[in-house]
Design a protein around this ligand. Structure first.
Ligand code: GLY
Ligand code: MN
Ligand code: MN
Length: 469
């Protein structure tokens, strides 16, 4: 990590949450400049000569007064050039017949850098990021104004940055007026998000390595929590073990961890994490890290005391079998919702076999059938740079067929909330919530479980829990 602090080495200033080499001492995977260039090329080759593509960076968020939340740039901007700093905008336009990828960034500023940290600045951005030209974000009005004056279509998602919206609207208006004189314009606006989403939906080999690395650290974090579990441990303490492990390994959480014990495990997006766990309870932990912009999303459910009760085991095994059947359905050419249908059939059959449902399989699966009382969510979602990643599930209204390189989660569950009054909760299973979630790559060799390092068989779990308290 030496040499990370001199401005003479702008490449080293990539050392942030989004530059892999610093966080892993060069051992972790990373995205090469040539891959960024190929992403840009694939996007730009679908555009017209007089288009201007704008990708707006995320705004900063205030936590309290002058304290801000840790900054994370927009996934689209990260995807196209890896730029991680606040106050940025990517602009792509044709200059002399060639696409030029230009980035607005914060300029070097000695006072700001003394207080807040070093900036690559314009020179650093041009030298060390896969772009053709850098501009100061302070010159946005004039430089973007000039870019807008010479294009006929702007591809931009509006509503993200008031200043950018204003400049685009001004250009639209003045071009509209000029039309009377010259017959030229006006500018049209298109949201480029769907084009970028199509690219992001299919992961490259390098992206898969990034996701595997996030899954590896996340799986180990779950194991650490299992090992340290004991009667009375707080949900927040399990959260701290897991998120501390992420941070120790140069990663951050991809979404706030869900740690729910007993009845809290039946709340799908529980986040209070403030109850002490009892040894006879099952805890559900849904936690995944983010590595240089790539997410993992893993859920495991296991008994704090290290032994499932018979009733907990019954539900666990039904969910586990359903999850395995759903993973088997993640194959090239299958509709994206095939895993969901496979999981639902197994869960419904499990409820019938346990006597929780007295309906026929078809009735239990039907709208308003018994399965819906205990399983209320979908079985998965795309995952990538966003934990709930981009990509249309039903283009033209038809389910998308899975392709090599797509990655989705598989996460069936059953939830018997003791506190529910809208249904009759079967007493034997009241207070049990089980979800099992893995991240699965669709490949021509069949499904690949990226999070396979995280144990999920009953015996494996029972052999790990509480071994290092
Ligand atoms: N971690 C949120 C989800 O599984 O979708
Ligand atoms: Mn998920
Ligand atoms: Mn999850």
């Amino acid at each position: 990590m030496s040499g990370l602090t001199t401005l003479e080495e702008p490449r080293a200033l990539r050392a942030t949450m989004f530059r892999a080499e610093a966080l892993t001492a060069g051992e972790g995977p990373s995205i090469s400049d040539s891959e960024y260039r190929s992403r840009q090329q694939r996007l730009l080759e679908g555009l017209e000569d007089e288009d201007l593509l704008l990708v707006v960076g995320n705004p900063e968020s205030v936590r309290s007064n002058d304290v801000r939340y840790p900054y994370r740039n927009s996934s689209n901007l990260l995807y196209l050039c890896g730029w991680h700093e606040e106050h940025s905008l990517l602009a792509c336009r044709k200059v002399d017949g060639k696409w030029s990828v230009e980035l607005f960034v914060q300029p070097n500023d000695i006072v700001k850098e003394i207080w807040e940290g070093r900036r690559p600045g314009l020179d650093g951005a041009e030298t060390s990021w896969p772009i053709d030209k850098a501009h100061s974000i302070e010159d946005l009005d004039s430089v973007l104004g000039e870019m807008l004056s010479s294009c006929t279509r702007v591809l931009v998602k509006t509503g993200l940055d008031k200043k950018v919206d204003k400049l685009v609207m001004q250009a639209l208006e003045s071009k509209g007026r000029a039309r009377q004189l010259s017959g030229e314009g006006p500018i049209t606006i298109e949201d480029p998000s769907a084009r970028i989403a199509e690219l992001r939906l299919r992961k490259s080999p390098a992206e898969i390595e990034m996701m595997k690395y996030a899954c590896k650290v996340s799986a180990q974090a779950h194991i650490e929590a299992m090992e340290k579990a004991e009667d009375g441990i707080g949900e927040w303490q399990l959260q701290a073990i897991i998120e501390g492990f992420f941070q120790w390994n140069g990663q951050t959480w991809a979404y706030p961890s869900i740690v729910g014990c007993g009845d809290n495990a039946t709340i799908l997006h529980y986040h209070a994490n403030d109850k002490a766990c009892r040894k006879e309870e099952v805890v559900l932990i849904d936690a995944g890290s983010e590595y240089c912009g790539y997410a993992a999303d893993i859920t495991r459910s296991w008994p704090i005391g290290g032994r499932f009760t018979e009733a907990q085991k019954e539900i666990y095994q039904v969910v586990l079998d359903a999850q395995k059947a759903a993973i088997d359905a993640c194959i090239v050419g299958a509709p994206y919702d095939a895993p969901h249908h496979a999981a639902r059939r197994h869960l419904a059959q499990g409820l019938i076999d346990l006597g929780i449902s007295e309906q026929s399989l078809e009735d239990a699966l039907s709208m308003g059938g018994d399965l819906g009382k205990w399983y209320m969510h979908n079985t998965g979602h795309w995952i990538g740079m966003d934990v709930h990643d981009v990509g249309v599930y039903r283009p033209d209204g038809e389910p998308r067929l899975l392709e090599e390189g797509m990655v989705l989660t598989v996460e069936p569950g059953l939830y018997f909330a003791a506190w529910r009054e809208d249904v009759e909760v079967p007493e034997r299973w009241a207070g049990i919530g089980i979800r099992i979630e893995d991240d699965v790559l669709v490949s021509s060799n069949g499904p690949v479980i990226l999070s396979a390092d995280c144990p999920k068989e009953i015996e494996e779990l029972e052999n790990i829990i509480g071994t290092s308290k």
